[in-house]
Design a binder for this molecule. Structure first.
Ligand code: HEC
Length: 202
């Protein structure tokens, strides 16, 4: 029995090696997918802060007439197996998950803050990260989300301090997907703002 299994495995890997056709498929299959409830809501990912960090846009109130829609830092992370696929192929596999966690600009006592919300720290005057304040997720799945352009669906687990919601419904296409489709550099993802993804693209 043991010999039989071994030879099947060997034959399999030799075939894959010779045919060279399993590269893309294997990578796609290896991407770990999001979990969904029976009624189609996505579950909040586990350990997203340990995913691969890709970049942090910042749109502070002071530069947005005092009322930025997202006055926080936007820390963006991609699920590691999806990152490995990106590194290998320069494309986002089916199953790719990317999160954006919002982090408030660090606050201090009024006397220690400048009018533009910046603070002076030992490294200089600027904006420093304070508290977590929201979590969004996008998932690419051309089967589950066959009605969404590009197969990308968008979710929010709350724009507030943790704990975040445990699950979330997909937003309508016009709320999120449309802007990503028209303005993101690479397959609905804003790689123009993510140096880690640009550097890793083959
Ligand atoms: C008006 C344009 C616009 C709309 C509408 C929009 N986004 Fe985005 N989104 C961006 C930009 C620009 C970025 C790049 C990072 C940043 O600046 O925050 C981004 C990045 C993201 C990311 C990180 C991955 C990526 O694709 O770059 C997620 C997740 C995300 N948005 C979720 C959402 C959700 C959820 C909604 C709807 C509630 C939404 N977005 C609506 C412009 C938009």
């Amino acid at each position: 029995m043991r010999t039989y299994l071994l030879s099947v495995a060997l034959a399999g890997s030799m075939l894959a090696g010779v045919a060279g056709l399993s590269v893309t498929m294997a990578a796609d299959e290896a991407v770990s997918a999001a979990k969904f409830t029976a009624d189609g809501q996505v579950m909040i990912p586990e350990n997203w802060r340990q995913w691969t960090y890709v970049g942090t846009p910042l749109t502070p109130n002071a530069l947005n007439g005092g009322e930025a829609p997202f006055p926080e830092f936007h820390n963006v992370y991609i699920e590691p197996s999806a990152f490995a696929h990106w590194q290998k192929t320069g494309t986002f596999a089916n199953g790719t998950q990317i999160v954006k966690e919002l982090v408030l600009v660090r606050q201090k006592d009024a006397d220690d803050m400048n009018a533009d919300g910046s603070t002076g720290e030992v490294s200089g005057v600027g904006y420093f990260q304070g508290e977590f304040n929201g979590l969004e997720l996008t998932v690419k799945d051309t089967e589950r989300f066959s009605d969404e352009p590009g197969g990308w669906a968008y979710f929010s687990f709350g724009h507030k301090t943790p704990p975040y919601a445990g699950m979330a419904k997909a937003f309508p296409t016009e709320s999120c997907n449309a802007c990503h489709e028209s303005s993101a550099a690479d397959d609905f993802v804003f790689t123009q703002f993510y140096p880690v993804l640009r550097a890793a693209k083959p």
